[in-house]
Design a protein around this ligand. Structure first.
Ligand SMILES: NC(=O)c1ccc[n+]([C@@H]2O[C@H](COP(=O)([O-])OP(=O)(O)OC[C@H]3O[C@@H](n4cnc5c(N)ncnc54)[C@H](O)[C@@H]3O)[C@@H](O)[C@H]2O)c1
Length: 468
């Protein structure tokens, strides 16, 4: 693969929040590889932003440091990713010693802001995993730091890049059903993937901001991008009725639980070598239990969520998120002045193949797997006409093919103009989390929340390209 550092930095520029910065302002040296550090060497950091970058783009970039609070996981990460760079349990020390060009942030959600802000202040570009952060105060601090720094911040929104989601964008951009007036959007997490959030740090609001933020940031980003408008108000309901203290029994963790035989949710982590190496082998360093009980009392996030969202262009959206569905999938319908578009993925009653619900999420996270050619449909139904079926070739691995396309855009083909504007920066990152943060605040207060009251960003009827 032939790539130049110049191309990479162009891509940063194109993807970035403050994309007003001309490429020359980076002052890069074409003869050197891009120096990258990564903080947060968990499953996402070591695989997608670690090993895959080394495997695919080593000709233009090099890891100069890895950091994590868990020194055991950090050692494992070095070997798994296949790098020789130094390791740091202290992020500040890593910045000072390695002087990177780019910081990649893949830590627990509630800590992203700390590394984003320090990275920007140190004079680095920053690429963060979603969600950008978990509350409005941190979001404002990130905005302030990004404006002061003159550096770039990219949010890794991979879902936009899957061919199916891109096709929906194209149909809407082409005004296929006129102006959109309302949307129904419903996302179903199954009893494997949905349940897994409650086993992990994601089950605590102060770690992941609840699934309104951790998970729904993907969905709200898709909505904002598809509708090409900013959200202006949200009202929500939500409750915890299935997991957490609602369970019939509980144990310390699955491995040692006396209810193994009668718990529908029993999860045998010992069958997964990667999880054993990543988490179980390193429990002694930080006490983090990856196969924790999903009925433990400390869980404080919602397991059913429902919101009404109003957009600055007057589109209204009905959204829901379920976490204990028998199948994993989603449905969306756009109502427009000239018709209706219906799309859905993975609804078992609509497809011919048999999907293993237990394996589904693992498949999504898999990178570079060989898979069968598949197609999925989108229904376009114009007023007074019969409906048309648009068939889209799809894939499952790497988040519906979104993961590798996002990487390629950043590292391989940055110069190619993207007609769908799939690159996301700080404004996109913030607008998507503000819906979830607003929904959470709405449940807590019982009142609708205005997006404009959360940060100094003003919602616009027509989105602007990811600048402040
Ligand atoms: N875009 C996607 O589809 C996608 C998929 C999976 C995860 N993610 C995101 O990636 C991030 C990491 O998720 P994960 O599933 O890899 O979680 P994980 O638990 O496997 O890894 C998190 C890592 O961060 C480390 N960490 C926690 N606090 C830290 C701190 N203060 N300083 C340094 N290290 C710290 C932990 O020790 C752990 O190694 C999350 O933000 C998550 O939302 C995104």
């Amino acid at each position: 693969m032939k790539n130049s550092r110049r191309k990479f930095l162009t891509s940063i520029c194109m993807l970035a929040a403050a994309s007003a910065f001309p490429i020359q302002s980076f002052g890069f040296d074409k003869s050197k590889k891009l120096k990258i550090v990564l903080v947060g060497t968990g499953v996402r950091g070591t695989s997608f932003w670690g090993k895959r970058l080394v495997d695919e783009y080593s000709d233009i970039l090099e890891f100069v440091g890895l950091s994590d609070v868990n020194s055991g996981r950090l050692n494992y990460a070095k070997e798994y990713i296949g790098v020789t760079c130094p390791l740091f349990t202290n992020f500040d020390e890593m910045l000072k010693k390695t002087k990177p060009d780019l910081v990649i942030v893949t830590t627990v959600d509630a800590t992203h802001h700390e590394f984003i802000i320090k990275g920007l202040e140190f004079g680095c570009d920053v690429l963060t995993e979603k969600p950008l952060t978990t509350d409005e105060t941190k979001a404002q601090r990130i905005l302030d730091a990004e404006r002061k720094s003159g550096k770039n911040l990219i949010v890794g929104f991979n879902y936009r890049w899957s061919p199916y989601n891109t096709k929906i964008k194209e149909l809407l951009m082409n005004n296929t059903i006129g102006d959109i007036t309302s949307v129904d959007f419903h996302w179903y997490l199954n009893t494997y993937h949905g349940a897994s959030y409650f086993r992990r740090w994601h089950g605590l609001k102060d770690k992941g901001g609840s699934l309104w933020v951790h998970k729904a940031t993907h969905h709200f980003d898709l909505l904002n991008w598809w509708l090409d408008a900013d959200p202006s108000e949200v009202f929500a309901y939500g409750n915890l009725e299935h997991y957490g203290s609602n369970g019939p029994f509980k144990g310390a963790n699955c491995r040692t639980c006396e209810h193994k035989g009668n718990c529908e949710y029993y999860f045998d982590i010992t069958q997964n070598q990667r999880m054993m190496d990543l988490y179980v082998a390193n429990e002694n360093h930080d006490g983090y239990i990856r196969d924790n009980c999903l009925f433990r009392d400390e869980i404080d996030i919602y397991d059913k969520m429902s919101a009404q969202i109003k957009y600055a262009n007057d589109v209204t959206v009905n959204y829901s998120l379920t976490t204990y569905s028998p199948f994993e999938g989603w449905r969306i319908a756009f109502n427009g002045t000239k018709g209706r578009i219906e799309a859905s993925l993975d609804i078992p009653y609509n497809i011919n193949t048999n999907v293993d619900q237990a394996e589904m999420h693992a498949k999504e996270m898999e990178q570079n797997a060989l898979e069968e050619a598949m197609t999925e449909n989108i229904i376009v139904h114009k007023l007074w006409n019969d409906f048309d079926t648009v068939t889209v070739p799809t894939e499952k691995g790497g988040h519906g093919g979104g993961d590798k396309r996002l990487h390629d855009k950043i590292f391989k083909t940055p110069e190619i103009e993207d007609p769908y504007a799939r690159s996301a920066g700080i404004r996109d990152g913030i607008m998507s989390i503000l819906i979830g943060i607003g929904a959470r605040n709405s449940i807590e207060t019982g009142n609708p929340v205005k997006i404009a009251d959360l940060t100094d960003l003003v919602p616009l009827a027509k989105r602007i390209k990811s600048t402040n």
